[in-house]
Design a protein around this ligand. Sequence first.
Ligand SMILES: Cc1cc2nc3c(=O)[nH]c(=O)nc-3n(C[C@H](O)[C@H](O)[C@H](O)COP(=O)(O)OP(=O)(O)OC[C@H]3O[C@@H](n4cnc5c(N)ncnc54)[C@H](O)[C@@H]3O)c2cc1C
Length: 565
Amino acid sequence: MTARAEPMHVDTDVLIIGSGGAGMYAAIEAARGGASVFLLDRSLIGRGGATVMAQMTVAVALGAETPDHWRHHLADTIQAGRGLTDERLARLLCEDGPDCIREMDAWGVGWARRDGHITQAFAPGHDRPRCAYVDFLNTGPAVSKTLRTVVNRTSGIRKAGDLLVVDLVRHHGEVTGAVALHLATGTPVTIAAKATIVAAGGLTRLYRRNSASANMGGDGYALALRAGAPLIDMEFVQFFPIGHLAPRLIGMDPIMWDPFRYKLGGRLLNADREEFTERYGTREDGKYVITRDLATYAIIKEVEAGRGSPHGGAYLSFEHCSAEALRAAFGPVIDRLAANNIDLTRMPVEVAPIAHYHMGGVAADPHMQTEVPGLLVAGEAVGGANGANRLSGNAITEALAFGRRAGRTAAARARDGRHGFMRADARAALDLVTADGGADLNTAAMIQTLQATMADDVGPFRTQTKLVHALAAIDQLAAALGERPGGDGGRFDMRRIEWFDLRNMLMVARIVAQAAVQRTESRGAHQREDFPGMLPEWQVNQVAGLRDGEVTFASVPVDAEVAAQ
Ligand SMILES: Cc1cc2nc3c(=O)[nH]c(=O)nc-3n(C[C@H](O)[C@H](O)[C@H](O)COP(=O)(O)OP(=O)(O)OC[C@H]3O[C@@H](n4cnc5c(N)ncnc54)[C@H](O)[C@@H]3O)c2cc1C
């Protein structure tokens, strides 16, 4: 056993957990509002989550390419959400998005331009060209780099990487800070804050094939729920239909084919090299028009019918495009593909659905406040803005707009608030971080088992039998995990880190599966093979809460104040 380091303590006005697009924008805005900010991340600042990985587009009604208005964007977002969109949150995304994108432009992000104006591409589900991007698959890296630069030059922001938040701290029902583990030293850290923003991203690490980083195991949802904040729409996990499947692709993003589709159309083909989306209700004619849920459905059904590509997906072909057209659209990316022995003029690639984004999350009002005073949320951690299905490009806009709004609200709260942090309130979490005596578990194997269970039984197509099977497997893993972490708590102790990861992953996985069992219909990203079709009585949000350690569910009318439940 290693000697335990004494806990370190940090005081701040605003604590921000997670430094993706949402967390960094929140930090900038809170600091501009006069607050002292502590921005932390379990990984490197600005490099640990989805934002830096995103390579595609940002949907925003700039009207640069064709006339547009945020109300048109809102109408498309609501339409895509299949009756479940929280219109207050969606409005914030669509209305504030253009301002954030223009501010990012002024900060030098480098949106692609044509004839002097920002280029806006067409994407499925949007009624006009609305998606801005940084060229050659650089959108997310450029957004992250720009925000990192502005964070660095904004006074009042302190930053710390390698800090894994394990629990929020509450005093008299208010969130007053957090307890974290410093991964590089094993030192426990307490943080007192007048306002805490959870910007910890999504949950797609729960699935075997995912586009996520290792830091996206649903921590934010679990932290908020344990602190008393309800979660909404947890059954809606978005699968990205054309995740790369074969041939082997090294050093490139598995969802990179979407921008190719935006720019060049591309053709989705089955094993017989036939276009097949028309069979499922969408005719493409060389344009990229099929939405994500329909494309996922079409590919999986084609595979089930025995018409899949050799590795179990569909072909995506750009063989009809000339080498010149490919190079003009993707420049250096073509060389990186060549290094992977992929020549798109001569061969199709294979693609298949991959877990990508979560529509559900922590319930929040348009000021990004949760039901728990002192606790705010931003980015993918927020639930409801995209209803049952998200449009391409809405997630980065959501991260920026929600982050900015959360930062503003948090700074205002900090101006009026006082520190309410008590060491006694942090005791249970500190005890857990420093606990000895947990079982010596193969946590890596347990994570793999959970990912397989979620992929096989809680994937895009669900049945009662599969979901019940998943819940039993999750219960078994939770029982094996026990109440105390293993490992010795030293430097980068993976057994201890993965114990904390599994604690959250299992909690969140169980809620996703349970919400999916209860929704006995098919809507957007939640497809029940035993309950096909949308039912009017299910045009409600499911809200999960925690009462006496047990997860409870309630169905609430869409847009209802969750706090009223
Ligand atoms: C490969 C990929 C491509 C994508 N492409 C696009 C696109 O082109 N357009 C689009 O609109 N959307 C895209 N998305 C979705 C979009 O990128 C995300 O929804 C968005 O960036 C989320 O931003 P965020 O700030 O909420 O979270 P993230 O950027 O995921 O940041 C969350 C941060 O929280 C940290 N964290 C997590 N748990 C803890 C903890 N316990 N303690 C401390 N820190 C913690 C993580 O390390 C991470 O840095 C893509 C997603 C992926 C994965």
